[in-house]
Design a protein around this ligand. Structure first.
Ligand SMILES: CC(C)(COP(=O)(O)OP(=O)(O)OC[C@H]1O[C@@H](n2cnc3c(N)ncnc32)[C@H](O)[C@@H]1OP(=O)(O)O)[C@@H](O)C(=O)NCCC(=O)NCCS
Length: 149
């Protein structure tokens, strides 16, 4: 990692459009609905922001990545292509682990495809392991760290 300063804050409803845009940049890498640009999907992202499930990472003040949580599970983690390998994803994952431990007193889950080596490498480096009970479904693996259901 270089010396860029990564900061994390919770997204507000007013950040929904930016959050939606960052997710969309990874449409070829993560499972987004083909009509993710639709008003319905934009509203979902707004709702996630309202429900305090969205976190934004900035590098030196510029938006660089996003994490969408569903309670104790990381639903989406995306770093803008130009900010990759600068510690943005790692910072967001560490934020999720600390936030979930504080808020829910348990560990964190993240579903991924085993062939997605950037996220698998990142999760493994942060202590996540394939969940022993939650079985692979439709080619997905559940990684977890800490005590999860
Ligand atoms: C996965 C993703 C979020 C990682 O974000 P990032 O900000 O580039 O990750 P970081 O810079 O914090 O990387 C931390 C560590 O993860 C691992 N890692 C990250 N990207 C990697 C890659 N392309 N290849 C191998 N290891 C990688 C490395 O161990 C890295 O540490 P290092 O740079 O010191 O070697 C990013 O690649 C991405 O947005 N991918 C597309 C969306 C996606 O697939 N999201 C996951 C499922 S929702």
């Amino acid at each position: 990692m270089n010396g860029n300063r990564v900061t994390v804050r919770r997204a507000l409803v007013g950040d929904a459009l930016s959050a939606h845009t960052v997710l969309l940049t990874a449409k070829d890498e993560i499972p987004l609905a083909p009509n993710f640009t639709s008003a319905d999907h934009q509203k979902w992202v707004r709702d996630w922001c309202r429900e305090r499930q969205v976190w934004l990472a900035h590098v030196d003040g510029s938006l660089a990545g996003i994490m969408v949580m569903h309670v104790t599970e990381v639903r989406y983690l995306v770093t803008l292509a130009t900010y990759r390998r600068r510690g943005v994803g790692r910072t967001l994952i560490r934020h999720a682990v600390a936030m979930v431990a504080r808020r829910y007193r348990c560990g964190v889950k993240a579903k991924t495809r085993p062939e997605n080596s950037p996220i698998v490498t990142l999760l493994t480096a942060e202590g996540f392991t394939p969940h022993p009970v939650l079985a692979a479904q439709h080619g997905w693996l559940v990684y977890s760290v800490g005590k999860v259901d």
